[in-house]
Design a protein around this ligand. Structure first.
Ligand code: G4P
Length: 529
């Protein structure tokens, strides 16, 4: 198979959802279809179970699990599928945002009873901003939930998507009869038997066929006919180009737990989902089927064993092939590096491989060379764009609690920030360090890891910030910018890349600043250039 064919058969995607909507269950069922695992229960959820949020060992254990399930790869029909795992817990949302820079499409899982939840809104917004193609899977149809049309409305309004259902439920909860597959024009009857690998489907080119009444009962048959008519009236028909541009989102219904509607989703997915997509760098658009390798680091995972501080850097291959023992340019360090044991990921294990293709993820052992966003190439000097930092939601001063271990603390903080565990801001006024996180849980993780991996101790103190705003003045030299810097002195810091950040203490203060200093532009993510 030519290397272009290898690339064309890859489908790299992420599954996103609010915790408990069924992401883990769906992932597992997809793996079952791919023959990658033999039985249900093999994929462990990487979420932190309720009530254990402050249990460090639990966090550590979870981290171990999530290394193993970071990328789940399997073959299905003639496609190579790479599922990139995204942490469900909201405190690790930033990790998920970054993973979304490495996917070519996503599946959004929504709970039929709960509808669109907070975390889904945030994650979909990130995908929407990047025009990532999305398929929506409405899960748990075996339970009583919201009316299908109400849910489609909710998805359109809350997630600001344009949907087109490609399947439609017949009944729901106790009365759930099955699903009409608009895409394949057949009916899948629900038996509630999760042990079945593949449900039997009945072809139904024409829903007006009286056979339908016999199969699902007249009441359900009539209702389905009415609903399908409404679907054709209200929603646009599926258009692959629009889907690929992120302008139209197909919707499927099913029950992951019962393995119902999952095959339909997967079959449609491999037909419509994009192969590896081109990616913008600071100099040009890079095409996946270019001969030369390029890729970027989107995730860094610390080793579980504190005695070995090496880490695994996850690289998304953007173009060409990645080969073992071949020298590649680490662009930021302007240094050639060779990797003797690149890991590729299969269902639940990782293995050393000689060659990987655009669309794949390789895990490289790293002793501190990499940071999130780094680019590797076959010699070309360029950097991939688009691993933004989002404004943290919590801010605390970090203090050294053991004066003899200042160096260790510094090194630990530096490396943890490279991994993207949290963000560090150094205050302009006095050089004090402020750590910003998406969730309070990270402070405990940082403290624990600093102590166990670096032998350093830290304490925290509240810093009264509400949001980090990256700053770009229209003119560095104008009076307005100088005044802004003078007045806001106490709230200015530099992020890890040396960019100036305004740590605003309230929404009100952000608004006032925007009014008072209109030439100083505020941005809520770091990739505004
Ligand atoms: P997550 O990764 O999105 O957080 O969700 P996960 O798959 O862990 O599913 C959350 C809960 O929802 C699980 O139950 C799971 O069994 C259940 N679930 C998933 N899909 C369906 C479905 O189609 N129908 C029904 N009725 N339930 C579904 P749990 O009790 O929290 O966990 P567990 O002890 O069963 O693992």
């Amino acid at each position: 198979m030519s290397f272009k064919d290898e690339i064309a058969k890859r489908r790299t995607f992420g599954i996103i959802s609010h915790p408990d909507a069924g992401k883990t269950t769906l992932t597992e069922k997809l793996l079952l279809f791919g023959g990658a695992i033999q039985e249900a229960g093999a994929v462990k959820s990487n979420k932190i179970k309720k009530g254990a949020t402050s249990d460090f060992m639990e966090i550590e254990r979870q981290r171990g699990i999530s290394v193993a399930t970071s990328v789940l790869a399997f073959n299905y029909q003639d496609k190579k599928i790479n599922i990139l795992d995204t942490p469900g817990h909201k405190d690790f949302a930033e990790d998920t945002y970054r993973t979304l820079t490495a996917v070519d499409s996503v599946i959004v899982v929504i709970d039929v009873a709960k509808g669109v939840e907070e975390q889904t809104e945030k994650l979909v917004e990130v995908c929407r901003m990047r025009n990532i193609p999305m398929i929506v899977f409405i899960n748990k149809l075996d339970r009583e939930g919201k009316d299908a049309f109400d849910l489609l409305d909710e998805v359109e309004q809350k997630l600001k998507l344009k949907v087109t259902p490609l399947s439609f439920p017949i009944g729901m909860g106790y009365d759930f009869k099955g699903i009409y597959n608009i895409w394949e024009k057949n009916i899948n009857l629900f038996t509630g038997d999760s042990r079945k690998d593949i449900e039997e489907t009945i072809a139904f080119d024409d829903v007006n066929n009286p056979e339908l009444d016999k199969i699902v009962g007249q009441k359900h048959a009539d209702k389905l006919r009415e609903e399908l008519e409404l679907v054709t009236e209200i929603y646009p028909s599926f258009d692959r180009d629009a889907y690929l541009k992120g302008a139209l989102q197909p919707v499927f219904f099913g029950s992951a737990l019962n393995n119902f509607g999952v095959r339909e989703l997967l079959d449609c997915f491999i037909e419509i989902a994009p192969q590896p997509r081109p990616k913008e760098s600071d100099t040009r658009l890079v095409q996946p089927d270019e001969n030369k390798f390029s890729g970027f680091v989107f995730k860094i995972h610390a080793n579980m064993d504190p005695k070995h501080r090496d880490r695994l850097a996850f690289i998304k291959i953007v173009s060409g092939t990645f080969e073992r023992n071949k020298p590649y340019l680490h662009v930021r360090h302007n240094k050639n590096l060779k990797f003797s044991s690149p890991n590729a990921f299969f269902a639940e294990k990782k293995e050393i491989v000689d060659i990987s293709y655009a669309g794949d993820i390789v895990g490289l052992h790293d002793t501190g060379n990499f940071k999130i966003g780094d680019t590797l190439t076959e010699g070309e000097v360029m950097a991939f764009k688009g691993i933004p930092s989002f404004s943290p939601e919590h801010f605390r001063y970090i203090n050294n609690a053991d004066p003899l271990k200042a160096k260790q603390l510094e090194k630990g903080i530096d490396q943890l920030m490279d991994e993207g565990v949290a963000q560090l801001f150094t205050l302009e006024m006095n050089g004090r360090k402020v750590i910003g996180t998406v969730g309070a849980l990270q402070y405990e993780v940082i403290q624990y890891r600093l102590e166990h991996e670096y032998g350093a101790k830290c304490s925290y103190e509240n810093f009264p910030a509400h949001k980090a705003c990256w700053i770009k003045p229209d003119d560095e030299k104008n009076e307005e910018f100088a005044e802004f810097k003078r007045v806001k002195q106490k709230f200015l810091g530099k992020d890890k890349h040396g960019q100036l950040v305004f740590l605003a203490d309230s929404e009100f203060s952000i608004q006032m600043t925007q009014q008072k200093y209109p030439s100083v532009k505020l941005f809520f993510t770091s990739d505004f250039q």
